[in-house]
Ligand binder design. Structure first.
Ligand code: AHG
Ligand code: MN
Ligand code: MN
Length: 333
């Protein structure tokens, strides 16, 4: 039985992603036909990437490719492969008219009739690929603002995060999960590999207001630009919170979403504006965090309200349980 409870969707655990999308299509204006198909295209590409990741140690797809991505970081073979898989699925699907990816300098215009734009981090946590630790994919979906049929412009992509019509991530972890929101709650689907289907496993996910986990690369603390962060870390230790940091933001975020906690990436000497990318990392997770009752800021501003000025813009990020994020804001005021 489908019902709307407090504007949230209630559908039975065990329903497949395809059926779920079909059902909510009739309930939610944001998920009309084309967007539904776009989500299916992303899910399908993620199954292919999941397959590649699972056999990574057996075939020659580990290691780097000897070149750098848009941010000057070493590209791993799986970064490039995942980028190709998602971009191909999006361009063939026809619902997206363009994409920006961490792996590509500018935007790609598909020159089609699609209404949607996708910003994607095809493989998040690249440093963990070679060591069989969880990695992910992060995506954010916007509606184009220039007329269909005209060339895409920067302005199409430079919309703040409040304009997202959907966002999500895939976590290639101990199990593979597809987690997304269209603005009506957060839903997680676990991949059932024998069926080749994503199956609803977590409905209307909510984050604890306050947790006892903090996730930060504390080894960088000598280079933190904001001393208030050290004050917050002292507080975490005084409370005997657990320090948990995987180095794949999707995995760290997902654990904190499930258990309550906070993820921090402050400004450092090497990354004076923070390391993480606004358009294809922070906005998507911020949308999900807020939908789950959590919070995401750069310390001063809500992530979703930051006006983008460049494709690969970086920002500081404090994201997770609401009260924990607020306390960080107090420390760095
Ligand atoms: P990516 O692999 O897409 O470049 O992202 C890595 C990000 C994020 O996932 C992770 O939490 C963080 O960078 C790790 O950075 P440090 O190694 O500096 O902690
Ligand atoms: Mn990333
Ligand atoms: Mn990446």
């Amino acid at each position: 039985m489908i019902k709307m409870e407090n504007s949230k969707i209630a559908l039975p655990i065990g329903i497949t992603l395809d059926r779920f999308i079909k059902k909510i299509e009739n309930l939610h204006t944001n998920t009309k036909g084309e967007l539904s198909q776009l989500l299916r295209d992303i899910a399908l590409a993620s199954k292919v990437v999941n397959r590649e990741i699972n056999k990574a140690g057996l075939v020659d797809i580990l290691g780097n490719v000897g070149q750098q991505n848009s941010g000057g970081e070493e590209q791993q073979k799986l970064d490039v492969l995942a980028d190709i898989r998602f971009t191909r699925a999006l361009s063939k699907g026809g619902e997206a008219c363009g994409v920006i990816s961490e792996e590509v300098e500018g935007f790609v215009d598909f020159n089609n009739q699609g209404k949607y734009l996708v910003a994607i981090d095809p493989l998040d946590g690249s440093s963990n690929i070679d060591v069989n630790v969880s990695v992910g994919t992060i995506f954010s979906i916007l509606k184009r603002i220039t007329p269909i049929g005209t060339p895409l412009t920067e302005a199409d992509f430079f919309q703040n995060g409040t304009h997202q019509v959907a966002a999500g991530y895939i976590l290639y972890g101990t199990s593979t999960m597809f987690v997304f929101t269209t603005g009506d709650g957060v839903f997680a689907f676990t991949y059932e590999s024998t069926l080749g289907e994503y199956v609803l496993s977590h409905s209307n996910m909510q984050m604890k207001e306050e947790g006892a986990i903090y996730s930060i690369n504390e080894g960088l603390s000598k280079s933190f630009k904001d001393q208030g962060i050290l004050q917050y870390l002292d507080y975490c230790k005084a409370q005997s919170y657990s320090a948990r940091y995987i180095g794949s933001m999707v995995a760290d975020f997902h654990r904190n979403l499930m258990k309550g906690g906070v993820y921090l990436y402050p400004a450092t000497v090497d990354y004076p504006n923070g390391k993480l990318r606004l358009l294809y990392e922070c906005n998507a997770l911020a949308f999900i965090a807020e939908q789950a009752g959590g919070k995401a800021t750069n310390g001063k501003e809500r992530i979703l309200e930051i006006e983008p000025k460049s494709f690969h813009q970086r920002t500081t990020l404090y994201i997770g349980s609401k009260k924990m994020v607020e306390q960080i804001e107090d420390c760095i005021k």
